[in-house]
Design a protein around this ligand. Structure first.
Ligand code: UD1
Length: 370
């Protein structure tokens, strides 16, 4: 059997990688991990490998932070050197980060077969760096694993239908596998003194929301919500924290800012929150998977099913719309959309489908070379 290499670098990719690692291991497929080093803080990286029991990466490129061009370029050069030395039989990339883009470009230019997990997502907002990363990575890939029917439609519209396979969402696999483990092992609710159903959880890290004026307005709105409607806890992304410090933006008592949380703790915090407010892609779904209503602080979402389910509402960064959405959610009991999750995100076995497909695909490739 040929050798697969996964390239990851940022927090959401570690979550997607974990079920794929397990599935490949179950069917005995050799698999290595390359970490680009895009996320390097212990709380953003190592703790995810520990909690999700992901094998240590064979290679860490230690690229770290930088502008989009510098960061992506450094990764591209380092990956090309690495693939030249240890040529994999196929490369797997995940999601939409600069690490995804760099690995996709390195592989396609070296004629190494490329598979993209979480293909076909589109916000149709080309100002988002992630949107460009998605479009380019999908175009470069030989095999496109789409998480949703909507993603398949997007790929078909771009002429990529024949390379695409609907497998379900590996993040749904991850939540289903880990929520019981989180219940057993995490003490986060007691540690943070959070009462079930009596707080909101927030995350903000998108460039559009971390512009100083927008972030200041969001922090004010969230502080008011925290004081007047429901206490808010905010595990903060390092970049967002940097902007707060640099521009002297501060929160009031009702908004509690804490360090980024490890995956299992975050699952429990989301599951037990009255609501989530976020601009993250992954957290919108985690909230839907765990039965918690979500207010998305963006004007569009790639995960349109969450809106159809009634699990998510878009408010952008507008204070009045955010307040209205929070008031609406706090005033009513949470709806139950759990019976409809499988029809959108699969049965929690997306990674097994991906692993089976990859093994079959690799063996066909090896045969055609022989
Ligand atoms: C990246 C992804 C985004 C994903 C997000 C999840 C791109 C274009 N964006 O955004 O899609 O949703 O990760 O978190 O790839 N930093 C630290 N410590 C770290 C990591 C980052 O301090 O461990 C700081 C650095 O100052 C860095 C900045 O955060 O410059 C931005 O990090 P970067 O990885 O480039 O992008 P994210 O904003 O995290």
């Amino acid at each position: 059997m040929g050798k697969l290499v996964s390239v990851v670098g940022a927090r959401p990719q570690f979550v997607k990688l974990a079920p794929v690692c397990r599935a490949l291991e179950r069917i005995g497929c050799p698999h290595d991990i390359i970490h680009t080093g895009q996320h390097y803080d212990h709380q953003m990286s190592e703790v995810f490998f520990d909690q999700l029991r992901i094998p240590r990466p064979g290679v860490d490129l230690n690229i770290g932070s930088g502008g989009h061009g510098a960061q992506t370029g450094a990764m591209l050069a380092a990956l090309e050197a690495e693939f030249s030395e240890n040529r994999p039989d196929a490369v797997i990339v995940y999601g939409d980060t600069n690490s995804t883009l760099a690995a996709a470009l390195a592989a396609v230019k070296m004629h190494i077969p490329l598979a993209h997990i979480e293909a076909g997502l589109r916000s149709f907002n080309r100002a988002m760096p992630e949107e460009i990363n998605r479009i380019v990575s999908d175009q470069c890939s030989d095999v496109l694993f789409a998480p949703t029917v909507e993603a398949i439609r997007n790929l078909e519209a771009e002429g990529l239908g024949e390379r695409s396979t609907l497998v379900g969402d590996v993040m749904y696999d991850a939540v289903r596998f880990n929520s019981a483990i989180a219940e057993q092992h995490s003490t986060v609710l007691a540690d943070l003194q959070l009462q079930k159903g009596k707080y909101a959880a927030v995350t903000i890290h998108r460039p559009i929301n971390t512009e100083p004026d927008t972030l200041r307005s969001l922090i004010n709105t969230l502080s008011e919500i925290g004081d007047e409607i429901v206490p808010v806890v905010f595990p903060i992304h390092p970049r967002t924290r940097q902007v707060l410090g640099r521009d002297a933006i501060s929160a009031n008592g009702g908004l509690r800012i804490i360090d980024p949380l490890p995956y299992l703790d975050m699952l429990l915090v989301v599951q037990n929150a009255k609501l989530v407010l976020t601009d993250s892609g992954g957290l919108q779904k985690d909230a839907a998977f765990l039965g918690t209503p979500c207010v998305t602080l963006r004007e569009e979402t790639e995960w349109t099913e969450t809106i159809e389910l009634g699990a998510n509402v878009l408010t952008g960064s507008d204070p009045d719309r955010i307040r209205a959405a929070v008031n609406e959610i706090v005033a009513r009991p949470n709806a139950d959309w759990s019976s409809k999750l499988a029809q959108h995100y699969g049965d929690g076995d997306a990674a097994d489908k991906i692993a089976a497909y990859l093994v079959d695909w690799l063996s066909q490739k090896t045969e055609s070379v022989v």
